[in-house]
Write a protein that binds this ligand. Structure first.
Ligand code: ZN
Length: 125
């Protein structure tokens, strides 16, 4: 289990590779001044992508539900806090006119589905 959220993690690199594959460049990475620090943004188009680790962001999938056996309360509280913060950031972005796409780490297994998701997001707004 990865316990440190770092930049340029493998899921992010995977998304960037997929973006290149569908001809999407011109994005920026890790813009600290945008709410929630999205992993990938198109500033002029106001599009933001978050690539969320299932554990840290409390995805309701098998990876997200699996919690360490020890310090359960600690983890539950921490992850619940992350979820609330994600939700708040999303609202802030939406209110400022941004479109937000969340890609979960577990979804990256199915590259074709993620490409479809990215295309819908990038080409329909
Ligand atoms: Zn997941």
């Amino acid at each position: 289990m990865r316990l440190v959220k770092s930049k340029n993690t493998k899921p992010e690199l995977a998304i960037r590779r997929l973006l290149v594959r569908i001809g999407q460049r011109g994005y920026r990475l890790h813009r600290g001044e945008i709410a929630g620090k999205p992993d990938v943004v198109w500033i002029k188009r106001k599009l933001a992508i978050f690539i969320n680790g299932c554990f840290w962001h409390g995805h309701r999938c098998s990876h997200g539900r699996r919690k360490p056996m020890s310090h359960r309360d600690y983890w539950n509280e921490k992850i619940e806090g992350n979820r609330r913060r994600d939700e708040r950031n999303r609202r802030v972005l939406n209110l400022a006119g941004w479109q937000v796409l969340v890609v979960w780490e577990c979804q990256l297994i199915d590259e074709a589905a993620v490409i479809e998701k990215l295309k819908q997001f990038l080409f329909s707004v």
